[in-house]
Ligand binder design. Sequence first.
Ligand code: PMT
Length: 219
Amino acid sequence: HTSSDLKDQTALVTAGPTQEAIDPVRYIGNHSSGKMGVAIAENMANRGAKVTLVMGPSHEKSHHPNITTVHVTSAQDMFEAAQKAHPHAKISVFAAAVADYAPAVQAQEKIKKSTDDLSILLKKNIDIAKTLGKEKSEDQYHVGFALETNQEEKHALAKLKEKNFDFIVLNSMQDKGAGFKHDTNKITIYHKSGKSDASPLLPKSAVAALIVDHIVKDL
Ligand code: PMT
């Protein structure tokens, strides 16, 4: 459906995985497809918002005229693109699955097979949502995601606070059909006010509509 409750609003959405290069042919990555983030960008665009979609390597795409896609590879690239768009975005939704660590050095040549054991030293990546959460002004609105395998609620609530989100969307790895890759998702929203709201398993487009409804209610 198309409405105009986000007319004249601007938004930033991060989506997809990041890839952290080990050498010219290998990387550390994760299973995010980008589907959830693209569904949110499209829902906001359909409601009139101008959206900057900062997306890691993904097969998903959007041709919506209100969406400008910035393609990135690593967490550092994603941070730089998100930081550029953030001051202009009333709403930011952090749906990307960002690698927490990257190889400390990227080998210039393909690493050759040699010893039985091989270690790669990793260093912590910048936390995009947390950093921009510190730059967030009074009239900006931030939504985060959490994908957890255990103690879901506790971890989600900790991230809600630590990253200065207005609400966080939890998808549990324990729910069938939820999270990575699937065309469906099942979520619980934890709002900073303490309120929470759980959804059944729904197509990602319907989950996106629910999430955006929650944002619009608060603006
Ligand atoms: O892409 P799909 O296949 O459709 O799957 C969607 C999804 C499961 C990837 C998505 O719904 C989701 O949950 N994304 C967040 C995954 C996650 O594990 O996040 P996290 O717990 O590592 O991080 C919490 C929040 O901080 C997230 O909003 C994340 O985008 C953000 N973050 C994390 C680390 C980092 N370095 N920078 C960040 O901005």
